[in-house]
Design a protein around this ligand. Structure first.
Ligand SMILES: *Cc1c(COP(=O)(O)O)cnc(C)c1O
Length: 360
């Protein structure tokens, strides 16, 4: 068996220990005589798996008791609709910050259900920075304030939680959740598709302050109401049972590794060394304002774009895969979530330096 270092933005690498445990438990989960995939979601074995995962996630993130943790389907993209459908209510208007491709998608979906005020945008800077807080035109009467703490495609990350006054903050944490400690109590709602830093695709986590759970807009499907899922412990219908189980194994892995403080230390070290290698090279380039560089997704270009395919082929031969950048940005992108070992980043840097020597 040989495993590669997979730099995909998502679905992304999972910790090898987690995959090994899942493999060992595949045919017979702890004497149940069946795989987790084959269990009834209402049976006591599965309920214990589901509860343990929630308890561990609450512990890792320090989720306060007045927040519900929901295990849903539909990806972060379904949340782009569920958020306005459930949170707009009689206010009918919401603030959004536009820092890239995912913000834009959230904004265009938000516009289908209410009035969207784009309070600030970095589009004129080609999404390489976060617009300065002094320029934000916030509406104090907005139903909520939406932002994307980490833009997965542009590699732009907020360096702190914005101040939205009394307006509840809604954050698309798909590509940054669990990368470091976060003060959950500052948020009204946090959501994330699992396939980047949590577990397999098919699971979406929503952490929502209980007072924000209420009647959605008229006509909202039952499945799109937070109330439905909150009142039924995410078991109104069949949840994504296997993805939920694997996410639980990932939460246990994070706990064993020392929690989010330790994750943050490792992630910062991994990101710092890759940015340093890029900046010092005179051959590779990252376009993002250094203050807002992502720890998780690092786009970079080569001095000569004609070398891109040669770089990708060489990287693949060295066991470094999925480095091709998003079509909207070009070049390369290294996504280095929690499960990317530090050794993977070191191997990438060594490869980049050797490639430059031969082709620079
Ligand atoms: C990947 C991603 C999405 C889309 O997630 P899906 O689960 O595929 O819907 C949305 N927002 C961000 C920030 C992402 O990284």
């Amino acid at each position: 068996m040989s495993r590669v270092f997979n730099f995909s933005a998502g679905p992304a690498m999972l910790p090898q220990e987690v995959l090994e445990q899942a493999a060992a438990e595949m045919l017979d989960w702890r004497g149940s005589g069946m795989s987790v995939m084959e269990m009834s979601h209402r049976g006591k074995e599965y309920i214990s798996i589901a509860k343990k995962a929630e308890t561990d996630l609450r512990e890792i993130m320090g989720v306060p008791n007045n927040y519900k943790v929901l295990f849903l389907q539909g990806g972060a993209s379904a949340q782009f609709a569920m958020i306005p459908m459930n949170l707009l209510r009689d206010k009918k208007t919401a603030d959004y910050i536009n820092t890239g491709q995912w913000s834009k998608k959230a904004i265009s979906e938000g516009k289908r259900y209410g009035n969207v005020n784009v309070a600030a945008t970095s589009e004129a800077n080609n999404f390489t920075t976060v617009p300065p807080g002094s320029e934000w035109k916030l509406n104090p009467d907005a139903a909520y304030f939406h932002y994307t703490p980490n833009e997965t495609i542009g590699g732009v990350e907020f360096d702190s939680i914005p101040d939205a006054g009394n307006v509840p903050i809604v954050a698309d944490m798909s590509s940054t959740i669990l990368s470091r400690p976060v003060e959950v109590s500052k948020f009204g709602l946090i959501y994330a598709g699992a396939q980047k830093n949590i577990g397999p695709a098919g699971l979406t986590i929503v952490i929502i302050r209980e007072d924000l759970i209420g009647e959605p807009l008229p006509g909202t499907p039952v499945m799109f109401s937070y109330k439905t899922h909150a009142e039924n412990d995410s078991m109104y219908n069949t949840p994504p049972t296997y993805a939920w189980y694997i996410a639980g194994l990932v939460f246990e892995w994070i706990k064993r590794k020392g929690g989010l403080t330790e994750m943050a230390e490792i992630n910062k070290r991994k990101a710092d060394k890759l940015y340093t290698a890029i900046d010092r090279s005179g051959f590779y380039k990252n376009p993002v304002d250094p203050k807002y560089r992502s720890w998780m997704n690092i786009p970079f270009t080569l001095k000569n774009a004609e070398l891109d395919s040669k770089f990708l082929e060489g990287a693949k031969a060295a066991g470094l895969v999925a480095l091709k950048g998003h079509r909207s940005v070009g070049g390369m992108r290294a996504s280095i979530y929690n499960a990317m070992p530090e050794e993977g980043v070191d191997t990438l840097i060594t490869f980049m330096q050797e490639f430059q020597k031969k082709n620079g």
